[in-house]
Design a protein around this ligand. Structure first.
Ligand SMILES: *Cc1c(COP(=O)(O)O)cnc(C)c1O
Length: 369
């Protein structure tokens, strides 16, 4: 015989969820990835280029030898060695690998989370700093950037003084604004922070500026990189470099075997062909300059300087949503930022694609303006 509990009514389950799911999770929206089927995809800072067929064949030969029945090397020793060389990690620094840099942000915050612990970042910046802080019940303090999207050094230092954050995140270059912060401002924050400072260099390949070689100068500085923006977004591999004493603590929150055998073998293979990744990044940097110049020629747009593989621009007042929708109807998906933060009013963000994709984007946009 059926009882009430075998088949709970939707209403009672709703009450159960309201009772048990933590209020800070209830208040969140899940990270939304818009469908892109059939569209020119310029929304997510992916590298548009793939590998030549003979390289794909060599990669498949490597994958054939990977023992799928065995757990991965938990230390990813061979891959770590490659990464150290490829990223110029200084001798004394330790490495931690994550399933994307998102997972590294999560490990750092799980290590530091606790009642009253604060995460601090400038705003607007990468949304995962705030989102993961919320998951873990941490306080989050966002310090507005200046009007020109530079760091407001005084405001940052005051907020650090007032909130004593466990961690400060600085995306360098910043997403979604695109430019590098002034290195002196970053360093002033590293020196003032009572906890750690994570300099997130997701766009390093397009910026050609780094704090990696400053790791020896500060024990509370950590530098984070990812392979996602250089052509390996599908693999999910992030790297955190910093003082061994910190990395050992973060490593305790790592799920065993977080980097799968296919990712380890594929990333190691890709880094053996780093010249190809470097050439693709150089192409994207050159095309970024062409795209920025072409955007600046269109009527009514304000184009922000970029050292990344995307460009932020401001549309004429009140038109961002309509232009975004028009682009999408025209087959081009970019990122709509209007409404995400008051400072991003009327703003859209476009990823640098192939020359053909960039041209299609520009032509569609020109018709809409
Ligand atoms: C894209 C991005 C990341 C996320 O990288 P994954 O390694 O793909 O998780 C991290 N930080 C910033 C600033 C980004 O824009």
């Amino acid at each position: 015989m059926k009882s009430e509990t075998d088949n709970p009514s939707p209403a009672s389950n709703e009450a159960r969820i309201a009772e048990w799911v933590r209020p800070e999770i209830r208040a969140l929206d899940a990270y939304h990835v818009p469908p892109a089927t059939g569209l020119i995809k310029l929304d997510a800072m992916e590298n548009p280029y793939t590998w030549p067929p003979e390289l794909v064949e060599q990669w498949l030969d490597v994958l054939r030898t990977v023992p799928l029945n065995r757990y991965p090397d938990p230390t990813a020793a061979a891959l770590s060695e490659r990464l150290r060389t490829a990223m110029g990690v200084p001798e004394g620094a330790a490495l931690l690998l994550g399933n994307g840099s998102d997972e590294l942000i999560q490990m750092v915050l799980m290590t530091l989370a606790g009642p009253g612990r604060t995460v601090l970042a400038p705003e607007p910046s990468f949304v995962m700093y705030k989102m993961i802080a919320r998951w873990l019940g941490m306080e989050y303090v966002g310090v507005p950037l200046g009007e020109d999207f530079s760091l407001d050094r005084r405001a940052m230092l005051e907020a650090i003084e007032r909130h004593a954050p466990a961690v400060v995140f600085l995306a360098y270059p910043n997403n979604p604004t695109g430019d590098l912060f002034a290195a002196e401002d970053v360093w002033a924050i590293v020196e003032a922070a009572p906890g750690v400072v994570v300099v997130d260099e997701a766009y390093h390949a397009f910026a050609e500026h780094s704090f990696m070689d400053r790791l020896a100068d500060s024990e509370n500085l950590l530098v984070m990189r990812t392979l996602s923006k250089v052509g390996l977004a599908g693999l999910r591999l992030g790297v955190l470099a910093g003082a061994d004493a910190w990395v050992r603590e973060f490593d305790k929150t790592r799920l065993p075997y977080n980097i799968g055998v296919l990712t380890q073998a594929s990333a190691e293979f890709a880094l053996r062909h780093q010249d190809l990744l470097d050439r693709q990044a150089a192409t994207i940097r050159a095309d970024r300059e062409r795209l920025a110049a072409a955007l600046a020629e269109l009527p009514g747009l304000q184009v922000y300087p970029s050292r990344a593989n995307f460009i932020l621009f401001r549309t004429p007042a009140g038109r961002a949503e309509e232009i975004f929708a028009g682009l999408k109807r025209g087959g081009v998906l970019i990122k709509q930022l209007h409404g995400a933060n008051p400072m991003l009013r009327d703003c859209l963000r476009v990823t640098v694609g192939t020359p053909e994709e960039n041209a299609a984007f520009l032509e569609t946009l020109r018709r809409l303006l």
